[in-house]
Design a protein around this ligand. Structure first.
Ligand code: PHE
Length: 342
């Protein structure tokens, strides 16, 4: 077979193989097979030595022409294959950012935290400063300085977890009153939110761990009407202008006189329902004028200064706010419920 025929056949064969190819790897193999060092076209070039000298230039030119043609064809094909491969990759990796998707599950602050933040906000607006203190507290602050000496019968009402004779889990946030008075000079205006502990059985309205927010004001000429005005402002800020407050006489060893404060039930607006046990009122805090004895024990001149204090039950506020009748719901951590209380 003449070189010309071989070349023509090679062209046809490569052309066909190129058309059948569909991957760049196969094309590379074909290039090596035809144009490589040991390729078919290269073999033809090497075989030129056997030709008559006068034929060599002509045949050489023909081989080169075919080489150029094949190179050109292969490049074209390579471009087409690479474009197709790129397109396929794009198609397979495509992300449709407009496709509807499930919203990620986001958490939310716990209702107690929400209530706490709201109260802090409210009292900050009235000029109170936040002060925090230990949950593991000395008996001295929790009881003694609060005018509850050892063996005082009122201690029983706040029986707690003792670490030893002198260290307790605080039964209320009131020890912060002592801590504030011992470290600051009047005028004092502080709130102390936090966790407190009592050895109570768990039921719908009791938990051995709960939350309070203490408030304390000590200054010259502080009177009961300042206490009333402050608590009135807090109630209205939290529940709106039509909420009423009711002060009932009460007893706490660290305040004199003492009161318990009720707010109109926000579920029934005072008509009576199961949340307020048909009374129309919900008890939310204890308060009173700081007992002069406590002022003196904490190094404050009770002739010059007077003060008031209050302790708000945060669970009560949260239950009132969210219409809960069972306090345990706040501690079970059921995301289906908590997600609704925002
Ligand atoms: N510490 C009291 C309690 O836990 C509440 C209180 C605080 C009462 C401040 C009067 C003044 O029940």
């Amino acid at each position: 077979m003449s070189v010309v025929d071989t070349l023509r056949e090679l062209k046809e064969q490569v052309d066909k193989e190129l058309n059948d190819l569909n991957g760049s790897a196969g094309l590379e193999a074909l290039r090596v097979k035809v144009l490589g060092k040991k390729g078919e076209l290269t073999a033809l070039l090497k075989g030129m030595g056997q030709l008559a000298p006068e034929e060599r230039p002509k045949v050489g030119a023909q081989i080169n022409e075919v080489r150029e043609w094949l190179t050109e064809r292969m490049n074209q094909r390579l471009n087409a294959i690479q474009a197709a491969e790129r397109e396929a990759a794009i198609q397979s990796e495509i992300i449709d950012v407009t496709e509807p998707h499930d919203l990620p599950v986001t958490g939310s602050a716990h209702p107690i935290t929400l209530v706490m933040d709201e109260l802090i906000d409210c009292f900050s607006g009235l000029g109170f400063e936040v002060m925090e203190g230990p949950e593991v507290e000395l008996d001295h602050y929790n009881f003694e300085l609060m005018n509850l000496p050892k063996n005082h019968p009122a201690r029983d009402a706040q029986d707690t977890f003792y670490m030893d004779d002198n260290i307790v889990l605080r039964t209320h946030t009131s020890p912060m009153q002592a801590r504030a008075m011992l470290t600051r000079k009047p005028p004092i205006r502080i709130i102390c939110p936090g966790r407190v502990y009592r050895a109570d059985e768990v039921d719908a309205t009791h938990s051995p761990v709960f939350h309070q927010m203490e408030g304390l004001v000590v200054d010259e000429n502080v009177s009961m009407s300042d206490l009333r005005g402050t608590l009135e402002a807090f109630a209205k800020k939290l529940y709106g202008a039509d909420v009423s407050t009711r002060f009932r006489p009460s007893f706490f060893p660290f305040t004199e006189p003492s009161a318990e404060v009720d707010l109109t039930c926000s579920a029934c607006h005072g008509k009576g329902c199961r949340i307020c046990k048909d009374t129309g009122w919900v008890e939310v805090l204890g308060c009173g004028m700081v007992n002069p004895k406590v002022l003196e024990m904490c190094g404050i001149d009770s002739h010059k200064y007077s003060g008031f204090a209050f302790g708000i039950g945060l669970e009560r506020i949260a239950m009132k706010r969210y219409g809960l009748t069972d306090m345990r719901l706040l501690y079970e951590g059921d995301a289906r419920l908590l997600g609704q209380l925002r």
